[in-house]
Structure formats: C-alpha cells, structure tokens
Design a protein around this ligand. Structure first.
Ligand SMILES: Nc1ncnc2c1ncn2[C@@H]1O[C@H](COP(=O)(O)OP(=O)(O)OP(=O)(O)O)[C@@H](O)[C@H]1O
Length: 700
C-alpha cells in the first residue's frame, strides 16, 4: 500500500464509511421498534425509512467502490512481483539452472496464483474490515455491555476455530501442491516423450506413476475439502450460538427492564456482524498464510544468482581469449571436469575441442559463451576477465551454435534475426577509459527496425545462404514466416542445426563457438558449415569448434583434448621448422622461446589428429565430391596465409601438406581419383569421406 498512498487512504476511508453505514440497519430497527411501535407516529416511520434507504444506497455505492480501490492498491504489487519473476527467469545464471531450480521455475505461475489469490479485492476487504468490527462491538457495548461481551466471545471462538482449521489445511495444501506439480511433470514428460512412451512401452511406467500420484493426492484433496467444510460449519455454528446467547441473555435483560426489545434486536444484528467479520478475517488469514509460503518460495527463487545487468565492455574486441588456470566441476559431481586448463585462442585460428562423451566439451563451449563460470581461474578476453564483462555485451561479441539448438515460438525470420532484434539493456563501463557505454534496448531495437529494414534483410539473406538454407526456406508454404513450434522440434535435426548456424552468423562476433556444427548434417549442410568456418577464419575471427570432423581437425591450429584428465591436453600446430617438419604438436604451455613446456614428454599419438601421420598407414581414400570444394576452400586458408599469419599452420603449402593444400582432388599418377600430391609434390594429401580417418598428411 505504501506505493499507492492516495488510493490506500481512499480504501481505508471507504471501509470506515461502509462500517458506519452498516450501523444504519440496527439503528433503524431500534428506532422503529422503540419509537414508531411505541408511539405510532407515521412521520417517524417515514423519516426513519427514508434515512435507511439513503444509507442503503450509499452502502451500495461504497461496496461497489471498495473492490476497485483494493484492486488499484494491490494491483501494482502483483504486477511487480510477476515482472520480477519473469525477469529472473530470463536472467538467472544458466549454470544455476539445476533440476531443482528448473522445477521451481515451472512452479512460478502456480506460486504467483496463490499469492494473487490472497490479494484479491474480496480478501483485502475481509482483512481491512477486521479492525472495524471493534466499532460494532463498541456500539453494542453502549447498548448493553453484557451483550457486547457475548459478541466478543463469539469472535474469539470463531478466530480460534478458524486458526486450527487453517493450520491443518495449509499442511495438506502444501503436500497436495507438491503432488500436483509432480503430476504435471509426468504429463509433460509423457507428451514430450510421446515416441519413447510408445516405442519403449513406457506407458505402463507413466500409468503407474500417475496412479501413484492420484492415490496420494485424492485423500489429501478430500481431507482438505472436509477441513474447509468443517471450518465453515463450525463458524456458522458459532454465529448461531452467539445469536442464541444474545437473545437468551438479552431477553432476560428485557424482562428485567435493562434494555428494550429494539435494543435486543439491534444488538443481535451488531454482534452477528462482528462475528461475521471475524470469520471472514480468519478465513482470509488462512489464504494469507498460504500466500506467505508461496511468497517465501518466490523470494528464494528471486534470490537465485543472476547474470549481472552491467559490467565492463571493450570498445572493440579483437578476439583473443585465454583460459588461465581454469578449473571446473559441476556441483554434486564427484570429480572436476578439468583442473588447471590453460589455453589461448587467437584471431584467425581454429581451435578444435575433442574428448569422449561427458568429458566437458559442451561445458567448455558454454564457458566461452559466458553461460558457465569457472570454479577457479579466469577466462580473459583481450585482457579483461569475463567475470567483469557485461554479459549482454559479451553475447554481442560471439557467434554461438549450441549443441542442442532451441528456438523461440516465433517466425523463422524473427528467430534468425533474434540476436540483432533482442538486444537487452546493457550498461557497461568501457574498460579502456572511454565513457560509460549505455545501450538502450528499446531505442536500439526500434531504431534498428526502422533504420535498417533493408540491412536486416541483407543480413538474413547472407545468413541463410551461408547455411545453404534458402531453397529449404522457400519450399515452405509460409517461407520465412513459418512459425517454429515446440522450440523448433518440428524441424528435422539437420535443418534445426543449419537454422541455428544461420542465427549464429547474424552477429559480427569475433569469437565463434560452434558445438558440433556438422553433426547430423547431410553432405550439402556439412559443406555449408565448413565453408562458413573457412570464411570466418579468413575474416580473422577466433573459431572454436567442438567436433570430431576430420577435415576440421586437419586445418585446426590447435587441439584441446578434454579427455585427458584432470589437466586437459592442448596441442598447437608448431610453426614450420627448418627441417621441413610441417606439424609438430607441442603440448601446452610452450615456453617463450618455443621449446616444449613441462608436458613435453606427452606421447605424440595423443595429438595425432592434428595432421600427424596415422600409425599403420591405411591407404588414403579419394575425396568425396562434396568435400572437394571445402578442401579447396580450406586450402585457400593456407594459400592466403591467414592461419599462417597467426603463426599456427604456417605458410601456404604447409596447410596443403596438412591435407588442405591447393587442391586435394587432383588425380594421382595412376590416373585414378585419389589423394593429390601436395605442393612439395611427394606426399599424398588426405581428404577423405566424412567419418574416414585422416591418412598420412604429415611427415615427422
Ligand atoms: N547443467 C548441468 N548440471 C550438472 N551437470 C552437468 C550439467 N551440464 C553437464 N553436466 C555434466 O558435465 C559433464 C560434461 O557434460 P558435457 O555436456 O559438457 O560433455 P560433452 O563432452 O559435451 O559430452 P558429449 O560428447 O556427450 O556431448 C557430464 O557428466 C554432464 O552430466
């Protein structure tokens, strides 16, 4: 109420007037019986009746006005709470979204509804009326102190009974809520996993779970209903009993000549009203108690760690990212995913991340995207730790393809352009001495939509072409206006990934994080993804790819193997040596002078994926036609010397030796399609079908 003092005061005044006007009817009864019935003067009756009619009309007006005022007073608080909950759903640290928190997030609407139910105008008025019940007792006291005492006892009895009922109800209500939530979860699982239910005969399991929940919930529901009805009946009984007591005691007073019949009837009306108000207040208290519990749940939810809304931002981000002594383990996990991870990702360099399932590749990618915070150490972007950087600014610096892409219930066009349209308000102080950077979401969004409609279309087209999706999109009846349902699950996995790739491409992020970009893609999609990667490397972006794709592995400047625990292995492609060696994996960290670091003894086989020759030498396989172009493009990196410039692969020809040279599709000397010779002319260049191993690209 503090936020809306004027309506709150008006509500209090209205309640006061309603209470006063409620006094009119007992006064009317007393006056009619005591004056008109005794003296029989019609003028008295007319005056009293007119007065009473005026009072009734005013009472009607005030009772209409009060709920409106109550709604105005309480409406804001509700809106604020609801907005705060929605905001936290958007801003909660992704890392904190464990199963319990997800469950709590799903229950937010139910908790809000409980809080709302206690703030409904009717309930607010029941609470507000309570202190004014004293006025009824006070007036009764003036008429007959003894009858006022009876009324007061009735009020106390109603309060005690209602409190006992409320306590019992709230315990059962809480348990019932839990059971209902579990049932909703099972419903969602049965709907989301419809195929699983059918194919793996999970129906029996689901039915059993439902039956179990119903078996537990139904008695609770019945018990609650009994308690509620019991509470109502006992209140009604108390009201009746106090009325009986008032009449019995009052009648004796009338006989003794202490009060008149009119006073007796008026006192009964007043005490009944007082007890009624007490009963209403007691039942409102029950609801309020539930609302308080729900509010406590929401408060806990609101206190969950959030992504900061502000932080540092660089005026320009060049793309250098460094993991410094980073350690991380998920809470509840018995061992850390990695300890002391040191790796530097440079502009123009491709870092490939590998490791067995569950080794932490996706966690690593999410760390780079600022979704997961290291437990120890620092992630440093162009010299600034990610802990200080404004998350919203950081998201503008990255192109991110998650392992399991999800989409909003919006059109394809909106989804792809989402990173541009949905920028949030970010307040960031620029670390390099420039004034505070203040980005206003609304103006940005509106401005962008007005200013850059054509530009947005151009970005959209480029992104769609990059993912080679144009023909697919235009084959859809609604084209770009197709609405994606169920987080995009109605699309095939491959198309979903390509749409996600297109969405990643719309920002100008210097850091590119692609989690399994070629997984599940057909030859055309894979080619498009590889082409994008090549293009981004050419543009000097820092590219980090979680993948086992052999072609990507071959052009990678460094490989991070998270399968090596607890200290992951980082192997960099060494600069070309004087002895002609093209690839010499150097375990990280290498010392300043280029000599291998303390892990120099790590067997080279552990990093043989980076262009090192495969042991045993399976004959090279001819490149697939679909890969030729990609190989050619990847070869151009070497020719352009861009990776070489970053000091990772070296000059043209060296990349070729690593399997991505000028053209890996030349026919060999036998005239059959097969691995071409590299620019040095003697080693086969191993481009292979997807899934085939890399063959003999390098010499040691
Ligand atoms: N939000 C989370 N909360 C708790 N544990 C998690 C969470 N996300 C991942 N993990 C755990 O962290 C470990 C690494 O998971 P991650 O998905 O990073 O592995 P991955 O190497 O990408 O696996 P895959 O090859 O199967 O994609 C797993 O044991 C996983 O159960």
């Amino acid at each position: 109420m503090a936020q809306r003092p004027v309506p709150a005061m008006e509500l209090l005044l209205a309640t006061f007037f309603v209470t006063l006007l409620n006094l009119a009817s007992p006064v009317f009864v007393i006056q009619v019986l005591n004056r008109y019935v005794t003296f029989g003067f019609d003028g008295t009756l007319v005056t009293l009746t007119v007065g009473m009619l005026v009072a009734v009309a005013m009472l009607y007006a005030f009772t209409l006005l009060r709920p409106r005022l109550a709604a105005v007073v309480m409406g804001d608080a509700e809106e604020r709470l609801s907005a705060a909950c929605h905001e936290i759903i958007l801003r909660i640290r992704a890392q904190a979204l464990g199963p319990e928190v997800v469950r709590a997030a799903h229950e937010v609407p139910a908790r809000l509804a409980t809080v709302r139910s206690a703030r409904e105008p009717g309930i607010v008025m029941q609470v507000l009326d309570a202190p004014f019940a004293v006025l009824y007792l006070l007036v009764t006291f003036l008429l007959s102190p003894l009858l006022a005492l009876v009324g007061a006892l009735g009020m106390v009895a109603v309060g005690v009974l209602a409190h006992a009922g409320n306590t019992g109800q709230s315990v059962h209500f809480r348990t019932l809520e839990h059971e209902e939530a579990e049932r909703r979860r099972m419903n969602a699982a049965a709907i989301d996993g419809a195929d699983t239910v059918r194919v793996f005969r999970a129906a029996a399991f689901v039915r059993r779970a439902w039956t179990e929940r119903t078996r537990r919930a139904e008695p609770l529901r019945l018990r609650l209903a009994f308690l509620r009805e019991g509470s109502k009946s006992s209140t009604a009984t108390v009201v009746l009993l106090q009325s009986v007591a008032v009449y019995a005691i009052g009648a004796m007073q009338v006989v003794n000549g202490d009060i008149s019949v009119g006073v007796l009837i008026g006192a009964n009306i007043l005490t009944s009203r007082a007890v009624g108000v007490a009963a209403g207040f007691a039942s409102a208290l029950g609801l309020c108690a539930r609302a308080r519990t729900a509010q406590a749940d929401l408060d806990r939810f609101l206190a969950l760690p959030q992504e900061p809304a502000s932080g540092t931002a660089k005026q320009s981000f060049k793309g250098r990212v460094e993991f410094r002594d980073v350690g991380f383990g998920w809470s509840g996990s018995h061992s850390p995913l990695f300890e002391s991870l040191n790796v530097v990702m440079e502009p123009g360099m491709l870092t490939i991340v590998q490791g067995p399932n569950g080794s932490g590749k996706t966690t690593f990618a999410r760390m780079l995207a600022g979704l997961v915070e290291p437990g120890r150490g620092d992630i440093v972007a162009d010299g600034v730790t990610l802990r200080q950087i404004a998350p919203d600014w950081w998201r503008g610096q990255i192109r991110y393809l998650p392992q399991e892409p999800a989409f909003m219930p919006a059109t394809i066009r909106e989804n792809i352009l989402m990173p541009l349209l949905g920028r949030q308000t970010a307040e960031a102080s620029v670390s390099d001495g420039s004034p505070v950077l203040k980005v206003d979401a609304g103006s940005l969004r509106d401005g962008q939509e007005r200013k850059d409609e054509a530009e947005l279309n151009a970005v959209l087209n480029t992104a769609l072409n990059a993912a080679d999706l144009a023909s697919y999109i235009f084959s859809l009846p609604a084209g770009l206006d197709t609405v994606l349902e169920d987080a995009g699950r109605t699309l095939s996995v491959g198309i979903r990934r390509r749409l996600a790739l297109a969405r990643a491409m719309v920002t100008d992020g210097r850091l590119v994080i692609l989690d399994e970009p070629t997984e599940g893609l057909d030859a055309q999609g894979r080619k498009a993804a590889l082409r994008c990667i090549v293009q981004m490397l050419r543009e000097g972006r820092t590219v980090v790819v979680v993948s086992t794709d052999a072609d990507l592995e071959r052009v990678a400047g460094q490989k991070l193997d998270l399968g090596i625990k607890p200290r992951p292995l980082v192997a960099r492609r060494a600069p070309a040596g004087g002895n002609g060696a093209v690839v010499a994996p150097v375990p990280y960290p290498a010392s300043e002078n280029g000599t291998p670091g303390p892990d120099a003894g790590t067997p080279l086989e552990t990093v043989s994926g980076i262009g090192a020759p495969a042991q045993g030498g399976t004959p090279p396989v001819p490149p697939a036609a679909a890969d030729r172009d990609v190989a050619r493009q990847a070869g151009q990196i070497g020719q352009a010397g861009q990776i070489g410039q970053a000091g990772q692969i070296g000059q043209a020809g060296q990349a070729g030796q690593a399997g991505m040279g000028k053209d890996s599709t030349e026919k060999n000397s036998t005239g059959k399609a097969g691995p071409a010779k590299d620019s040095a002319g003697d080693e086969p260049v191993g481009t292979e079908e997807p899934g085939q191993g890399t063959q003999g690209e390098t010499r040691s």
